[in-house]
Design a binder for this molecule. Sequence first.
Ligand SMILES: Nc1nc2c(ncn2[C@@H]2O[C@H](COP(=O)(O)OP(=O)(O)OP(=O)(O)O)[C@@H](O)[C@H]2O)c(=O)[nH]1
Ligand SMILES: [Mg+2]
Length: 278
Amino acid sequence: MGRFHRHDDGTVHSHGDGDGHPHNHDHRDGRPTSPAGPAGGHGDLSGYATGAERIQVLEAIFGENDRLAAANRADFDAAGVHVVNLMSSPGAGKTTLLRRTLEHLCDHLRLGILEGDIETSLDADRLEGFGAAIALINTGNGFGGECHLDAPMVRSALPRLPLTDLDLLIVENVGNLVCPAEFTVGEHTRAMVYAITEGEEKPLKYPVMFRAVDLVLVNKTDLLPHLDVDLDAFHTNLHAVNPDVITIEISARTGTGIPAWCDWLTNRLTTTSHVGAR
Ligand SMILES: Nc1nc2c(ncn2[C@@H]2O[C@H](COP(=O)(O)OP(=O)(O)OP(=O)(O)O)[C@@H](O)[C@H]2O)c(=O)[nH]1
Ligand SMILES: [Mg+2]
């Protein structure tokens, strides 16, 4: 199956490069415009005979997901809760960072976490006990084991969160460096954790997520003395694909940079909560 992008006029075009994933990028600025449908956007459409039929199906899927992302956003705004979509490769440190975040912010803010994983409640369990409301989505449980969260999945979990009692809801997306960035869930803000162990060239090789976010948290800086990664080259590569992005260097392990991240979050919340971040 071909590769799909959505253009400025809303049409979906197949690039036909055969990776089996219907990706959708807004070509104006590279930010994702539309997530996938109820069963996710990576379903097998090989049974559809022609490219035109596949494109019709994908347009229907994207349209449905746009509708549900807008419904999610309307619910978030009505409840007065600011929503951050936190993404990264597997193991970059999202859950470790969230534990630190809860330690710092739970005394000041009413926090919720929507934890996304393909399988297990391991990460959700790690976030218990700080006073935050936690809801878990396993994409392997009724969502085809998808490699990302999408708007319908998030919508299905909203009844399990006390939205009107929250100031801030952080969605820990499924660990994956590409797919989550292609599916908006109705969030106000997008952030990603990048671990320096991943190498300085990743923004160039996998630009979709780096381009889609407002903030990159550069994590695992405690390991710098042991690595030959070129951090200056990483920043150059990152700004080549996203000139406006903000970066904060952190170590979720030692706590370095966590106050700066929490200040950024708190500021984001007060400046964008009811008007939307983008
Ligand atoms: N040295 C070091 N290790 C870290 C840091 N942050 C996280 N880790 C380790 O990296 C591993 C993965 O961390 P997680 O927080 O589970 O990463 P994640 O992004 O939530 O992983 P997934 O949810 O599976 O995608 C764990 O062994 C953490 O202890 C850091 O700042 N420094
Ligand atoms: Mg995690």
